[in-house]
Design a protein around this ligand. Structure first.
Ligand code: BDP
Length: 603
């Protein structure tokens, strides 16, 4: 799905700002039929949970309603009119006045409604959106809704981050001509000093069958460096400037559709020329071994929850660059498109993860790893869950495949890959991902219970990403014992699979300001010592390709006694102040500079 943009043939109006808001339980049977009452107002984009003092809103389970009036620009006569949501978490029903125009399930991918003929240029319409935050065993991510003795629904889920909901990403109304560019795919390669750009353009609408497609690649100075004709082909850019980690370079693919010599639509797709390949135990970007340094992140800020925020976007990237992070994982769901656009422009490498977090009933079984009931059974996560997972994967890859920053798809976080049924569940998803995108390696983040001995899916993937908490959940405060277990564990993965291995999560909860001369969990010293112990182990394993600390910043979690106002494994606090580990990472990562530890030069 293309990002909405203004072009010489397309216009766009942002619909962000304050919308009317009501809980489903207070909004009457047909909230779309008139103005919402009572008149609460809610900002878009933002999660609604932390905005109000009313606990019924924060803890609401079910549908809430968003509403605003929208005027269609007068000049759009004769154009298609499209309404686009960056995401609605987790399911949406969209009404234009009294008419249902779109429904979508999946809280982290965009969707559109074609309003052509439904709304009139120059006229106003009432836009009402029902937002459902419920998670069940057939949603991704999964959860369980139960009804309490008071008749109220209660939500539980299998991940620790708070189930923020709402319209958390931008909403836009845009126009296109009646014959239009529906999709563009770009796959890049290298041939000596030249770049190759394989492109495919899909046209749709009135004259789609007779339309002529012209494309040109334009460099950052505005110079046309290659041209092509026809809906697909390969362009060649001589003396290409590569997109490189830490040194982004973007070209534009300018696509024009003409009918009888007249331009009917044009669309500009930025792209970077780079290659990604797993060879042996190396992860190669542009043919060079790449060592990931960085974080698992969350979209999480005070007050706004998971709402996209450009100020935090800029600041988070500044802090990542300051620590020497060259990459991050979009744990545990696809992030806003604006984040990936920014990563493209700033040369930060991204592991793009689906929202499949919590496909693991073993976690419920506690650290014994004995599941109360098998995870991949039809009554838990069976064929229907997998179909939903597949649909989500399609939407993710269709959205993100043109981003040079995205170098790998992560199909799930901590699934029960040690349990029977995991292979049957994942094999078709891996096949689908490879069909949709044969160019990017695949991974999944392996849970503690999945060991090199019992994991059932590692061979299906290209890179093994391992989440481990030795020294925190296991051998708490005993880093010496933890070090031995960690090394044995990681070497086991290398030996069994012979593939690149990286650490996708390692971290310790830390209360800023707590200090200790001993190995005291929660102290700032312990977090630094914990990370240093992991780094010693990584540096002894030549097949290791990267380290992503859990987490970039503290984040809000579901209520409970397990956490004190959130998960505190951040290297930065929730308001982005550094804990002492941030400086320790900065010293290590700037010294590595994207190389494997063995190849690093001291700074
Ligand atoms: C891991 C999960 C991550 C949690 C982390 C933790 O992948 O989402 O936040 O544990 O407990 O198992 O901090």
């Amino acid at each position: 799905m293309l990002s909405p943009r203004t072009t010489p043939t397309r216009d766009l109006v942002g619909l962000d700002g304050l919308w009317r808001f009501a809980l489903g339980t207070r909004a009457g049977a047909t909230p779309w039929a008139s103005r919402l009452a009572p008149p609460l107002e809610v900002p878009v984009p933002a999660s609604y949970n932390d905005l109000f003092v009313d606990p019924e809103i924060r803890d609401h389970v079910g549908v809430v309603w968003y509403q605003r009036d929208v005027r269609v620009p007068r000049g759009w006569t004769g154009e298609r009119v499209i309404l686009r949501f960056g995401s609605v978490t987790h399911a949406a029903q969209v009404y234009v006045d009294q008419r249902l125009v779109a429904e979508h399930t999946g809280g982290y991918t965009p969707f559109e409604a074609d309003l052509t003929g439904v709304v009139e240029p120059g006229a106003e319409f009432r836009l009402t959106v029902g937002v459902d935050n419920r998670l069940t065993n057939v949603t991704i991510p999964p959860g369980t809704v139960t009804t309490g003795p008071d008749g109220r629904e209660r939500q539980s889920y299998l991940h620790d981050f708070y189930n923020y909901a709402g319209i958390a990403r931008p909403v836009r109304l845009y126009s296109t001509p009646t014959t239009f560019v529906e999709d563009v795919t770009v796959v890049t390669g290298r041939d000596g000093t030249a770049g190759t750009v394989q492109y495919r353009v899909e046209a749709d609408g009135e004259h789609a069958d007779t339309v002529t497609v012209r494309v040109r690649a334009v460099d950052e100075s505005g110079r046309t460096v290659a041209e092509g004709h026809g809906p697909e082909g390969v362009l060649r850019i001589e003396d290409v400037t590569l997109w490189q980690p830490g040194a982004a370079y973007l070209y534009d693919l300018v696509v024009e559709l003409t009918v009888d010599g007249e331009t009917v639509d044009s669309y500009t797709q930025p792209f970077g020329v780079r290659t990604v390949l797993v060879r042996g135990t190396d992860f190669l970007i542009n043919g060079e071994p790449f060592y990931f340094t960085g974080f698992g992140k969350h979209e999480d800020t005070p007050v706004r929850g998971k709402g996209h925020d450009d100020a935090y976007l800029v600041h988070d990237f500044q802090l990542m660059e300051w620590t020497g992070a060259n990459s991050f994982r979009t744990s545990h769901y696809p992030y806003a498109e604006e984040v990936l656009d920014f990563a493209d422009r700033h040369g930060i490498v991204v592991i793009d993860e689906t929202a499949a977090v919590g496909l693991n009933l073993g976690v419920q079984g506690g650290l014994t790893g004995v599941p109360p009931t098998p995870t991949f059974a039809p009554e838990n996560f069976g064929g229907t869950t997998r179909d939903v997972h597949a649909q989500h994967l399609r939407e993710l890859i269709e959205r993100d495949r043109n981003h040079p920053s995205v170098v790998m798809w992560c199909l799930a976080n901590e699934p029960a890959s040690n349990e029977d049924g995991a292979r049957d569940y994942f094999e078709p998803l891996v096949e689908l991902a490879r069909k949709l995108d044969p160019t990017r390696p695949l991974t999944y983040a392996a849970v503690m219970f999945a060991t090199p001995q019992n994991d059932q899916i590692g061979d299906l993937f290209d890179v093994l990403s391992i989440n481990r908490y030795y020294g925190w959940y296991l051998f708490t405060g005993d880093l010496a014992t933890a070090e031995g277990y960690l090394e044995q564990d990681l070497r086991g993965w290398v030996q069994r699979f012979g593939k690149p291995v990286m650490m996708s999560e390692y971290g310790a909860d830390t209360q800023p300001g707590l200090h200790s001369v001993w190995d005291t969990p929660w102290s700032e010293e312990y977090q630094s010592d914990f990370l240093a112990m992991y780094h010693r182990v990584f540096d002894r394993i030549p097949e290791f390709v990267g380290e992503h600390v859990w987490n970039f910043a503290d984040f809000q979690t579901s209520p409970g006694i397990h956490r004190v106002d959130g998960n505190k494994k951040g290297v930065f606090t929730r308001d982005r102040k550094p804990k002492s580990a941030a400086s320790a990472l900065r010293r290590r990562w700037h010294g590595l500079d994207g190389r494997k530890p063995g190849e690093a030069t001291a700074d």
